[in-house]
Design a protein around this ligand. Sequence first.
Ligand SMILES: Cc1cc2nc3c(=O)[nH]c(=O)nc-3n(C[C@H](O)[C@H](O)[C@H](O)COP(=O)(O)OP(=O)(O)OC[C@H]3O[C@@H](n4cnc5c(N)ncnc54)[C@H](O)[C@@H]3O)c2cc1C
Length: 607
Amino acid sequence: NTTITHQYYSEEDFIRMVRDNITAANAYVLPQDNSVLIGDVRNERCIHDYGTFDFIIVGGGSAGTLLANRLSEIADWKILLLEAGGPENDFSDIPGLNAFLMFSDMNWGYYGKPQSQACLGMRNNSCVAPRGKVLGGSSVINAKQFVRGNKEDYNLWEAMGNAGWSYNDVLQYFKKFENYHIYNADPFYHGTTGPLDVGYTEPTIMTEAYIYAMRELGYPWVDFNGKNQIGSSQAILTIKGNKAATGGRAFIDPIIMRRPNLNVTLNAFVTRVLITHGTRRANGVRFIRNGEIYEARASREVILSAGAYNTPQLLMLSGIGPRSELRRHNISMIEDLPVGRNFQDHPMFIGLVFKTNQSLFNESFEDTILGYLNSHRPLTTSFNIDSLGFINVNDSKSTVPDIEHMVMAPPGWNSPAIISRVQNLNEETLAAYFREYNPHTDLVFLTVLLHEKSRGSVTLRSNNPRDFPIIDYNYLTDRNGYDIDTFYKGIEHTLKLLETDAFKAINASVISVVAGCDEHAQFSRDYWYCAIRQLITTVYHPVGTTRMGNSRHNSVVSNKLIVHGMENLRVVDAGVMPEIPSGNVLAATYMIAEKISDDIKLHYRQL
Ligand SMILES: Cc1cc2nc3c(=O)[nH]c(=O)nc-3n(C[C@H](O)[C@H](O)[C@H](O)COP(=O)(O)OP(=O)(O)OC[C@H]3O[C@@H](n4cnc5c(N)ncnc54)[C@H](O)[C@@H]3O)c2cc1C
């Protein structure tokens, strides 16, 4: 492990920098719309020409940064990467402080539409919906967990009619971008020469307890990104030394930035795709930067990598979307496509907490920061996520999991202020959570539903890019109740850990952290069903809103990710996934960008 940060700062200065950023985050008020990005446009009629490029990539997030790197390898191609946010910094490099980035200019600031069946413990029944607005996008503010999902996820994509997306096809692209530092990793499954560093952080006594307890229940230790996924492991992270390995840091490092054919323009808010009237060609984009309007032209392609919320918004603002939605907002239609439908996420239950007799990480603020500078926990992982497990609670023989455990070791949600803001908890729930929960000793079992049957949507609030899109998670609304039943089975399964010797050794016992369920006997089936509706939130994995498929009735892009009916407009981001993978979705997003880079090079005979 190399400690890169030391060379820029004295330890005192570094601690001060961290403290200042935390103070700023605590005082930060999230925006209600995009007014700040639009600013005070001085002259709406004065449109500056930003030049012509072969490819324009909208969104320098996870997919966009990888794509910009790979396409600019072709020296003859001019690439423009437009990103609404600014650069990363030394504070955003600290994996364990990502919660504070959610309260900074690096987050768009969205909240989900109030829910009727879930998010009931949140203010206004509304779950948060953070998204990165910074070079590197959501990979900067995210929790750094690196999970590929299951082989069968990609075989399913292909079986749904998407030729070229089976696991055998995509494995080479997962390997290409990664530099995997996991001991005994099978080279058949892993790359060690890619730009993105992936590795372990230090284990704790809790890692051992969990892995041994899972073993007692019959679940082996696995490299869940390798041959088999079912089982448990200490967390695997996008991390380089002590620092976050983000899309920005990995793919647009200073050397790539110096390529003369790559223009990375930050603080550029794209407001529409320009489509030549009467044709099916996207010829460029319009954007706002520092109060001025610009247009850039693309001689080959416009590629939208603005993420699963903003890409559908941009498509609809540009005339591509469901007829009814465009009509409602007076937008002239170019293509009638189901943009914003098929929204899938991984809902997560945050109400399963085990008291233990162990205590971790009680150092002072200063010592915690110094620990980070020397690559020590807890700040080398987000929310101190310690270990992960993948199980199938509906079919114990299946090799595809339906539940994921993310185990937060103490100090997890280390203060009421953090969980209250990060999860938008209402006052009663916050009080109930901290009635018994002790951040210094207790384990939080984040329980993630991997294949929800409910479907949400992303729609427009208006035809003005100033307004945020409407994000409707629509959690727990599936007709047969599969989603809530599977959550309940997941909880029952997790409670079995309490019967293992490994968990008895840490004196683990379940505690109640939920409000609004007092009419049910504590820990009864009805209690848990009630608790699930109170304390379901997002694990921040929106996909599917610009779904890949071959029918324009239920999908938006082809298997080459070209928008149906258009000639040179692609979407390359998490939104194209036709079905959500069995795990945190960043790795699959990078894989998609890596594969499409090759497809584009092949198409233009550059490979
Ligand atoms: C808090 C949080 C925690 C998460 N934790 C994990 C995790 O631990 N592991 C995991 O695998 N996944 C995690 N995820 C999910 C994962 O990070 C995202 O799914 C993934 O980064 C999405 O990549 P993307 O390229 O589709 O979008 P993004 O990375 O969000 O990139 C979109 C980019 O486009 C820019 N943009 C958008 N609109 C415009 C516009 N109009 N003009 C110009 N630029 C624009 C944005 O600013 C952004 O930089 C998490 C996400 C969040 C928010």
